[in-house]
Design a protein around this ligand. Structure first.
Ligand SMILES: [Zn+2]
Length: 173
């Protein structure tokens, strides 16, 4: 291949992806009814900021790639009660099922558990000067929200998510 400015830049951009993708991660998949369809070892999804900006709306980009938080009661899934599966808006990994969604009164879509524990990851976040557990998508590291220990039984957890980080797939369609 002839080395041009363009393909030199593409070759350089590909290096971090190849390095990070080498291990593979385990993700569980589900149909729109929440029925498991199997687990796969897949590569992490790593994109440049420009690629994410092209794919996402500005609100989705701010939340998922900049760890932003949408204003309470403004997100499109805050009050959704329909049956279905909530995916990552960035990479469509299934994250939550409607059966664990509940009204937390906070104005953000809230769930008591992820659809599969391996599909979401958590990390400590001190951004507001207090320790919180940030929740992100295991496959693309997109920021989803935070998890708190004041949720309903049986988990006692409240996954406080941003609507902008989610894509809802209703069972009925
Ligand atoms: Zn994702």
């Amino acid at each position: 291949m002839k080395i041009t400015r363009r393909n030199f830049a593409l070759a350089c951009a590909a290096v971090p992806y190849a390095l990070r993708a080498s291990g593979g991660i385990r993700i569980s998949y589900f149909d729109k009814f929440g029925k498991p369809t199997g687990a796969l070892t897949v590569n992490k999804i790593v994109k440049t900021e420009e690629q994410w900006r092209d794919q996402l709306t500005s609100a989705q980009f701010e939340v998922t790639r900049r760890k932003g938080t949408e204003r309470a009661f403004t997100g499109k899934y805050a009050k959704t009660k329909d049956a279905g599966v909530y995916q990552c808006v960035c990479c469509f990994t299934p994250l939550f099922h409607s059966s664990t969604k509940y009204d937390s009164g906070t104005g953000w879509p809230s769930f008591s558990a992820p659809i599969a524990p391996e599909n979401v990851s958590t990390s400590a976040d001190h951004d507001l000067g207090v320790e919180r557990n940030e929740v992100h998508c295991s496959r693309c590291d997109g920021h989803l929200g935070h998890v708190f220990e004041d949720g309903p039984p049986p988990t006692g957890l409240r996954y406080c998510m941003n609507s902008a980080s989610l894509n809802f797939v209703p069972s009925a369609n």
